[in-house]
Design a protein around this ligand. Sequence first.
Ligand SMILES: Cc1cc2nc3c(=O)[nH]c(=O)nc-3n(C[C@H](O)[C@H](O)[C@H](O)COP(=O)(O)OP(=O)(O)OC[C@H]3O[C@@H](n4cnc5c(N)ncnc54)[C@H](O)[C@@H]3O)c2cc1C
Length: 278
Amino acid sequence: MKPAPFAYERPRDLDAALSMLAASSGSAKIIAGGQSLGPMLNLRLVQPELIVDISGLAELKRAEVSGNELVLGALVTHADIEDGRTADVTRGAMRGVAANIAYRAVRNRGTIGGSLSHADPAADWISSLAALGARVTLRSLGGARTMPVAAFVVGALESALHAGEIVEAIHVPMRSASSHWGYAKSCRKTGEFAHAIGAVLIDPAVASARVVIGAIDTAPIVITDAAELFSGRIAADYKQRFDASVADGLLAKAGIDDAAQRHIHVSVLKRAVQEAAA
Ligand SMILES: Cc1cc2nc3c(=O)[nH]c(=O)nc-3n(C[C@H](O)[C@H](O)[C@H](O)COP(=O)(O)OP(=O)(O)OC[C@H]3O[C@@H](n4cnc5c(N)ncnc54)[C@H](O)[C@@H]3O)c2cc1C
């Protein structure tokens, strides 16, 4: 199929893009890398009157370390991160995630801001950035607001973006030297979207753990105080203390009734915990 007809604008800067969105009263769509929007247009799942192409906006391509965080413009591509063109404050965690998104042609064009905005439950950044404790800044003509990635994704293909807002930047906190990172996903074929994701950031030195169970048909389950998953205490032996029955219970509570599906998610999470401990 071909897209329904639409008008096309390529704004010269961020303010011009925001003005176009504000004037469109919700009938416009932003395009960044086009890797998700392109197919949706072709299938006529979306039929905007106007496409605002932000892919040329230099303001959204910046990547810089500021204080104890990395600030990534929304247009930073998966390949930019994979190739190390952005600073690595996560001790290789983001680089590893980026390198395993789809295949290289998608990673060359797909952007971190586009991936978050699209909020596909099976996508990698919504789960991994939630586990890393990242925040996202949204900008509109009225100003900017910043929120945790974990709060930004509210459901399947649903984000906290209001009409007229653009994802401007992603703030990734510096990962401490004592923390352990594990990320695992299950895909039918390499390069395909995941049907289960587990992401863990565990710091036994300060007894903290953030755990994310993703690709569950809605917003990822984010557990910021994850001691219950480790028999009540996060310590050096957390791999042995991992309690699969607690993870299973969390998935059941999230509405996953199929025991086989829960088993896949729990197994993938366990792999992430094992990877962190390795
Ligand atoms: C074959 C294939 C396999 C894939 N496999 C994976 C995978 O395994 N894992 C994975 O994570 N992803 C996967 N993807 C998706 C890919 O990562 C896309 O890059 C990503 O989902 C969207 O990024 P984009 O820049 O292309 O956004 P676009 O397609 O341009 O836009 C997507 C949506 O976000 C909105 N948007 C874009 N940028 C902004 C912004 N700055 N502010 C507000 N709204 C914005 C658009 O309006 C649109 O609604 C795959 C894609 C393809 C085509």
